[in-house]
Design a protein. Structure first.
Length: 437
C-alpha cells in the first residue's frame, strides 16, 4: 500500500485526512452505496472512531434505487446494524428521477414512484432507518420525482443544519480520468487548501479521504484488517469479471450498463423484475457489450448523416427532440468554438485530409491544447487512431442514438437548458403532492 511519491502509505495518509475532517467539521456523513470503495470508507471511519473513543455519531446517506443485488442489501444491513451506536442512518427509498440508458423510450425513470408501486423491483424495506415518501423528515425541501442530483444537494444542506459539514465519498482517482480531473481541479473551492476537498453547497464540502488508493489497496485493507465487505465481489471474481469492471451502481446508468447481464446470472429473481421495470434492459444486457463504434455498419443506401435523420424520425417524439437539440449544440460548438485536441490527433486529421482550422488554445490541466474547429461534421472518422468519441462526425451521432445515450455522455456534453427546465417542470408538477403527503 506504499506510494512512491509520498512518505506516507495511503492508509496513513487517509488517517491524517480523517484527523483534519473531525477537527474542522461539526457534522459528518458518508454517502454509502454498498460498493467496495464506500464499504472500505465506512470500515475505515468506524475503525478510526473506535480506536479514538469518539462517541459522536456520523450520518449515513443511502440513495436506494430499488435495483440492488441481494448480496449488496445483506452486506449493507449487516454492517449498519452491527455498528448502530456510531451511525445515524438515512436509507432513502424515495421517488427520485434517475438517468436511463437502456431504452429508446425512457430518457429517465423514477425509482420508488407511487404510480409504479405494482412494478417495484422489490418491496419497500421495513427497517427502522428506512426513509420513504410517507415518513421522510425533509418537509417541503423534497418534491416527488426530484432529480437525483438535486436530491443529493438537498440532503446535504438539510443534514448540515447550517453547520460546516463533510460528506465523505469513497471515490478514487484510479477508477477514471474524470475522477482524477475532479480531484486535481484547481478552480474549485477547497477546505483548508486540501485538494481532496470540494465545496458542494453553502455549508457542505465533499471530501475524498481515499482518493489516492488503488483497487489493490482496497482488497489489501479488507484482508489486513479483516473488515466486512460485500460478498458480491466474490461472485464477480468467480464469474471471471475483471476487477476493474466490478461495479455496484444503478443498473440503468451508463457506468454499469455493461455489467447489466450479470443480474441474469447472479440474481435471477431481481433480473426478472428489472426487465419488467424498464423496457430495453434485456436487450442492453444481451447486446450492450457488442455495441461499440466499430461494431456498427451503415445500412445500404445511407450515409451516416442520412441514417441519423432516419433514426431520429423513428424515435418517440420526446427522445428525438432530446437527441436533436444535443446534436445541434455539438455542431455549433465544433463549428464556432472547437475542442482542444492533442498534437497526435491533429496530425492524424492532417494525414487523413480532414478539413479543420485552429482557434487558439485551451487549458488542459497544466498544458495548453490547440483548439480544433470543424465547420462541417465528416460522415465518419474511421480513419483516425484516437478514440472515436473524441472528434465530431455523423457516425458519432448515430452511435449515440443506438447506445440510447440520452445524456450524450459519449459525446462529452453537459445537460442542456431544456433538460434543466424539464426537470424544474417535473418538480413543480409534483410539489403539491409532496406537501399534501
Amino acid at each position: 500500500m506504499k506510494r512512491i511519491y509520498k512518505e506516507d502509505d495511503v492508509y496513513t495518509a487517509s488517517i491524517k485526512r480523517l484527523d483534519f475532517i473531525f477537527e474542522n467539521f461539526e457534522r459528518i456523513y458518508l454517502s454509502f452505496s454498498g460498493g467496495k470503495d464506500s464499504g472500505v470508507m465506512l470500515n475505515l471511519i468506524l475503525q478510526y472512531m473506535k480506536e479514538r473513543g469518539i462517541k459522536r455519531k456520523i450520518g449515513i446517506q443511502i440513495l436506494d434505487n430499488e435495483a440492488n443485488y441481494e448480496y449488496s442489501l445483506e452486506f449493507m444491513h449487516r454492517i449498519l446494524q452491527a455498528n448502530a451506536e456510531y451511525l445515524e442512518v438515512y436509507w432513502c427509498c424515495m421517488p427520485i428521477t434517475l438517468p436511463c440508458t437502456v431504452s429508446a423510450y425512457e430518457i429517465d425513470w423514477q425509482c420508488w414512484g407511487e404510480a409504479d408501486r405494482h412494478r417495484w423491483i422489490r418491496p419497500m424495506p421495513e427497517q427502522e432507518y428506512i426513509v420513504n415518501l410517507q415518513n421522510h423528515p425533509f418537509g417541503d425541501l423534497f418534491h416527488e420525482n426530484m432529480n437525483y442530483d438535486h436530491f443529493w444537494d438537498m440532503f446535504a444542506e438539510w443534514y448540515s443544519q447550517g453547520k460546516p459539514t463533510a460528506n465523505l465519498i469513497g471515490i478514487r482517482t484510479d477508477e477514471s480520468l474524470n475522477r482524477f480531473r475532479a480531484i486535481m481541479n484547481d478552480a474549485k473551492e477547497t477546505k483548508g487548501g486540501h485538494q481532496w476537498t470540494k465545496k458542494n453547497t453553502e455549508h457542505v464540502w465533499n471530501v475524498y479521504p481515499i482518493y489516492d488508493w488503488r483497487t489493490r489497496d482496497i482488497w489489501v485493507a479488507n484482508a489486513k484488517f479483516e473488515w466486512d465487505y460485500n460478498k458480491l465481489y466474490d461472485t464477480f471474481y468467480l464469474a471471471g469479471v475483471p476487477i476493474s469492471r466490478m461495479r455496484v451502481a444503478s443498473p440503468f446508468m451508463s457506468e454499469s450498463k455493461s455489467s447489466l447481464n450479470l443480474y441474469r446470472v447472479i440474481d435471477g429473481q431481481t433480473w426478472a423484475r428489472l426487465c419488467a421495470r424498464v423496457g430495453g434492459a434485456n436487450f442492453a444486457a444481451t447486446y450492450g457489450k457488442q455495441l461499440n463504434y466499430h461494431s456498427f455498419t451503415l445500412p445500404k443506401g445511407h450515409t451516416w448523416k442520412s441514417f441519423v435523420k432516419f433514426l431520429l424520425a423513428t424515435l418517440p417524439k420526446e427522445s428525438a427532440a432530446n437527441f436533436r437539440s444535443r446534436f445541434i449544440q455539438s455542431i455549433l460548438f465544433w463549428g464556432r468554438v472547437g475542442r482542444g485536441l492533442n498534437e497526435e490527433v491533429i496530425a492524424d486529421l492532417v494525414k487523413n485530409n480532414v478539413r479543420f482550422k485552429i482557434n487558439g488554445t485551451t487549458p488542459h490541466g497544466k498544458n495548453e491544447l490547440r483548439r480544433v474547429v470543424i465547420k462541417v461534421p465528416p460522415d465518419d472518422l474511421d480513419c483516425l487512431s484516437c478514440h472515436n468519441s473524441d472528434v465530431t462526425s455523423w457516425k458519432r451521432f448515430a452511435v449515440t442514438i443506438l447506445k440510447n445515450d440520452h445524456t450524450c455522455k459519449y459525446m462529452g456534453l453537459s445537460p442542456t437548458k431544456h433538460q434543466a427546465e424539464r426537470q424544474k417542470a417535473i418538480q413543480k408538477k409534483y410539489s403539491k403532492v409532496g406537501v399534501e403527503k
